[in-house]
Write a protein that binds this ligand. Structure first.
Ligand code: DAH
Length: 374
């Protein structure tokens, strides 16, 4: 390569660059900042080499053929030299840092602000794990529902008193005439699942539910989990075993007894409310132990039953072929019983002190597969 390149830039100013000068200047740049200044001066928008490149436009084809490769070669050589010098300077800077910095592995770590897993989320995870072991999938549905999925399909016709019992939040009607509402329970997910999936079905559906209600044990938004099994030949025995297995796994005790009390839900027949045995231990009601003992008693924890044949038919399935059971349970209450909170409203206040006290470490959540509390 010629050691000297000459060209005329657009303004007709002669541009001359000594190759060796350029390269040795780059090689002797002492700092990254100095190197960057050189780069801008040579390759920047109004840099010398950029100007040289621009002169190509004003040359005759013959000139361009002769000068073009030289100018491009110069640009490449300079670009490469800058990259090389940069790597050398950066390497030296790193070496210098490594030589002076010390890392004391014995110093305490500053953890900073850490979030925590809300007890409701924690319980939902536990439910998903317990039921996954029993072959249940997790299903979801919309929180803004229509009254057909929330009531009618569940065998709660318009005139049914159960509609009035659910203090429902209604929206203006949808354009297609559907009555829209905030779902009052997770049961509509049963309907949606039966309508979209082929049996056998085994799902739980945890999620938010809404009713116009507020005191120490009721909040306008709360959480439920729905369970649904649809298969051939399902009976109450399956229901009882499933609930017993679930409750024992959830409360981590084997000495838990359940009592199924005849009840009524429009979407199940027969229906049963499920009580769980508890005992007073150190001033606290603890799930488990002998409910007939002097310190014992029964507490209602969920509603359940065999899915009403009309509900199965409403979803397009043949009730003579398919049977099943369902249950519905308040998640917040499960959390309160297991982890010992007594005011439901605090769950949704967003008070960081409460969350810090009752929350779970995000990366250290006890899981059943890993052993609860392991
Ligand atoms: N949906 C009922 C409620 O919100 C709870 C319930 C009871 C759900 C019985 C069920 C069931 O699936 O079988 O109070």
């Amino acid at each position: 390569m010629d050691s000297r390149l000459r060209g005329n830039d657009e303004c007709g100013v002669a541009v001359t660059i000594e190759n060796q000068d350029a390269l040795s200047e780059i090689a002797s740049a002492a700092t990254l900042a100095e190197l960057e200044a050189i780069r801008v001066r040579m390759l920047g928008k109004s840099g010398t080499i950029t100007a040289l490149l621009k002169t190509l436009g004003g040359m005759t084809p013959e000139q361009r053929q002769a000068e073009g490769p030289k100018i491009h070669a110069l640009r490449e050589a300079v670009t490469q030299a800058i990259a090389d010098r940069k790597a050398t300077l950066e390497g030296a800077a790193l070496e210098a840092r490594l030589a002076t910095e010390k890392l004391d592995m014995s110093l305490p770590v500053s953890v900073g602000m850490q979030g925590s897993v809300h007890p409701v989320a924690q319980v939902m995870d536990e439910l998903a794990e317990i039921f996954a072991d029993l072959g249940f999938a997790v299903a979801t549905g919309p929180e803004i529902e229509d009254d057909w999925h929330n009531f009618t399909a569940l065998n709660i016709p318009e005139t049914h008193p159960a509609r009035a019992m659910h203090d429902t939040f209604y929206f203006p009607d949808a354009e297609d005439g559907r009555k829209m509402l905030l779902r009052t329970h997770t049961s509509p997910v049963q309907i949606r699942t039966m309508m979209t999936e082929k049996p056998p079905i085994r799902i739980i559906a945890p999620g938010r539910t809404y009713r116009s209600d507020s005191d120490a044990t009721h909040t306008p938004m709360f959480h439920q989990v729905e369970g649904l099994v649809i298969d051939r030949g399902i009976h109450m025995g399956h229901l009882k075993w499933t609930l017993e297995t679930f409750v024992k796994a959830f409360f981590e005790r084997d000495d838990i007894v359940l009592r199924l009390r005849p009840s009524f839900f429009p979407f199940t027949e027969p229906s049963a409310e499920v009580d769980v045995g508890f005992t007073w231990e150190k001033g606290r009601r603890v799930i488990g132990g002998d409910p007939t003992a002097a310190n014992g008693g029964w507490m209602e924890i969920l509603g359940s039953g065999m899915v009403h044949s009309r509900v199965i038919a409403n979803c397009g399935l043949d009730p003579d072929e398919w049977q099943g059971f369902a249950f519905g349970c308040g998640i917040d209450r499960l959390a309160m019983l297991k982890y010992g909170m007594d005011d439901l409203r605090a769950f949704f206040d967003g008070d960081l002190r409460w969350l810090k006290h009752y929350g779970f470490a995000a990366l250290d959540v006890p899981t059943l597969s890993g052993g609860v509390g392991a």
